[in-house]
Design a protein around this ligand. Structure first.
Ligand SMILES: [Zn+2]
Length: 185
């Protein structure tokens, strides 16, 4: 009986930690390029999923169109690509270049994302793909976690979870993501 009591306490501790992170709050501008290749409503819903995932760890995303060069601001750039050659990173939905700040940082193969799940799940998957790649850039690593947003390969079980609500970043991911702001100040 005692053992069962410990589980809710552990869960509570995690929630308090997440709340502490959220209380501080950080802002992140994400620029979207070549959005014409994406269906408008799917993209709107996907942005909502991505924003919710980051809001859960205290990061507010501000969406812009175009590139930081136009506005002179810092930020992360996501470019939507369709019809990439099938032999180019064939098993990937997207890729990020976390160590190269001179070029577009994230490329998303929109048609591959849409073709991988039933239509109604497309916004959830696209939202998680964007969150995953932004996660790579903020953590400045191409490494992955065992579970959640930063998992290397999501299974159909993960897709089922996504349909019920966003996946989470692990505690390790959260502290690495926070390093993006603490390291640059
Ligand atoms: Zn990855």
């Amino acid at each position: 009986m005692k053992k069962q009591k410990r589980t809710p306490w552990a869960l509570g501790a995690v929630l308090i930690l997440a709340g502490g992170v959220a209380a501080k709050g950080e802002d992140l501008t994400v620029y979207l390029q070549n959005t014409a290749t994406a269906e408008f409503m799917t993209l709107v819903a996907a942005k909502g999923v991505t924003a919710k995932i980051f809001r859960g760890i205290g990061v507010r995303i501000h969406w812009e169109l175009g590139g930081p060069a136009k506005t002179g601001g810092a930020g992360i750039v996501i470019q939507f690509d369709s019809n990439a050659p099938s032999r180019f990173r064939p098993d990937a939905f997207a890729y990020a270049t976390p160590f190269d700040y001179t070029r577009t940082c994230i490329h998303i193969f929109y048609d591959r994302v849409l073709g991988s799940v039933p239509r109604k799940l497309a916004p959830e998957l696209l939202g998680h793909v964007m969150a995953h790649e932004i996660g790579h850039l903020l953590e400045r690593t191409d490494g992955h976690s065992e579970t959640g947003v930063m998992k290397a390969h999501w299974t159909t079980g993960d897709y089922d979870l996504m349909s019920m609500g966003p996946l989470s970043f692990t505690a390790g991911d959260v502290s690495a993501i926070r390093g993006y702001w603490s390291g640059s100040r």
